[in-house]
Design a protein. Structure first.
Length: 459
């Protein structure tokens, strides 16, 4: 392409003019004056400057126009605010409710641990998790040879004491049979006659009677009785020791402390009970699942609103289709020291302060759904206030001026009217009010720049 252009340039060039040889010689001997290079290109440089200056002015003009447009748009936005959309809410009449809410875990209302009172190794396990048991049913047995040895030893001592007492009683009987026997001795009689003055007198003399003894004295009897009493005391002590040993050995058989269902089983044959103690685990847990409960912490701000017997609604994360009815069964009088992260929230509480001070409230669920299990996460709402035929407005529609609440009613002609109201109750979303408004009225939540608001008192 470059060659074609060069050739084209040659074709368009003017043919050279012939020069005389003499002229050529003269020029060859003439000194050529130096040429100032910058002066030679001055016209070209001026043209470039003019083109650059024109382009720069064009850019400056464009930038100035853009800046003017931006400033003008900003000023127009400043003096011409966009028309605001008016948000309204409707006044309603109905039943107003206020709840105190809380979260906890579902558990059996009553339960007991089936722990062993003696140490040893688990021998047999009679039940499993989920089994239904009755009070007194055998749950598991324990092997403990030392308890058997104590029973055997106590029994031997009991038998020896019984034999000793029997021997002392037989000795007493023998002594009593040999006790002093009274024998009467009658000697022969002698009769003599004497005649005095013709009178004959007869005198009969006889020997005195006597008693024969066997050698057993009353002291012997008393000593024998003391030995019997001592033997009886020994027997009583032996009997008590034996009964204690038997009772202690009987504790190797662990029975159900109540009617209910087996919730947990942490033992198998061969389990050492000491290991469970060190792990702080109960061998078994029995619970009455016919009643369940949820224990929730309630803030000190709300606790005064909660009363025994109040109704509550409980829902569960695991079973979204189950809703249980509950009632307040117990309110703690001492601040809860539980380390749970759950907290209570009152519908309508004006502050979230004092959430760190809580009191445990127990809600009881009668006849719970069979699908409910101990430990499930539960959310409760205790109904602490209910008002029928109340004039209800959304709380966001209530404004305040100098601590005087009011609402702004949207009029039919497009204007608005400020109406004073008094608040009788409120929860998280709604308030019960009294004032010159009626069900169906539209209340303005956000004000409009184009609407005209007047006070009801000025009318």
């Amino acid at each position: 392409m470059f060659q074609d252009a060069h050739q084209g340039a040659n074709r368009n060039a003017v043919p050279p003019i012939p020069i005389d040889a003499s002229v050529t010689d003269a020029m060859s001997h003439q000194e050529i004056a130096p040429i100032d290079s910058m002066a030679s290109f001055e016209p070209v440089a001026d043209a470039a400057k003019r083109r650059g200056s024109h382009k720069g002015r064009t850019i400056v003009i464009v930038v100035c126009v853009i800046v003017v447009l931006i400033i003008g748009y900003g000023i127009s936005q400043l003096f011409n605010e966009p028309e605001q959309t008016v948000q309204t809410s409707v006044v309603s009449r109905g039943t107003f409710q206020k709840n105190v809410e809380g979260k906890g875990n579902l558990e059996a209302y009553s339960s007991a641990e089936a722990s062993a009172e003696v140490s040893g190794i688990v021998d047999q396990v009679m039940v499993g998790e989920g089994d239904t048991v009755h009070a007194g049913d055998v749950l598991y047995t324990i092997k403990n040879d030392s308890l058997d040895d104590k029973v055997t030893q106590a029994y031997s001592q009991l038998v020896a004491a019984q034999n000793s007492l029997t021997e002392h009683k037989n000795s007493m009987n023998a002594l009593r049979n040999q006790q002093t026997t009274t024998t009467t001795i009658t000697p022969s009689s002698t009769t003599s006659s004497k005649t005095t003055s013709g009178t004959t007198q007869s005198t009969t003399s006889s020997g005195s009677s006597g008693v024969a003894t066997t050698g057993v004295t009353s002291t012997d009897i008393a000593n024998a009785q003391l030995q019997i009493d001592s033997a009886q005391s020994t027997l009583d002590a032996a009997q008590s020791s034996y009964d204690t040993a038997v009772a202690e050995a009987a504790k190797r058989t662990v029975t159900a402390p109540m009617d209910g269902a087996v919730l947990t089983v942490n033992v198998v044959p061969g389990t050492t009970l000491q290991s469970l103690t060190q792990a702080n685990k109960a061998p078994m847990t029995i619970a009455d699942l016919s009643k369940m409960c949820i224990r929730i912490p309630v803030s000190e701000v709300d606790i005064e609103q909660v009363k025994i017997g109040q109704e509550a609604t409980v829902t569960f994360d695991a079973l979204s289709d189950v809703t249980a009815k509950a009632s307040v069964a117990h309110i703690a009088n001492v601040q809860s020291t539980s380390g749970t992260s759950t907290s209570s929230a009152s519908s309508g509480s004006s502050t979230s302060a004092s959430q760190s001070v809580r009191y445990e409230v127990t809600l009881m669920i009668d006849n719970p759904d069979p699908r409910l299990k101990s430990g499930m996460t539960a959310h409760s709402a205790i109904l602490v206030q209910s008002l029928d035929q109340s004039l209800i407005v959304p709380t966001v529609a209530i404004h305040s001026q100098s601590d005087a609440p009011y609402v702004v009613k949207e009029m039919d002609d497009g204007t608005s009217l400020q109406i004073p109201v008094s608040i009788t109750a409120s929860n998280d979303s709604d308030s019960v009010v009294q004032g010159n408004i009626a069900a169906g009225d539209n209340l303005i939540i956000g004000s409009s720049s184009s609407s005209h608001t007047s006070s009801a008192e000025s009318r």
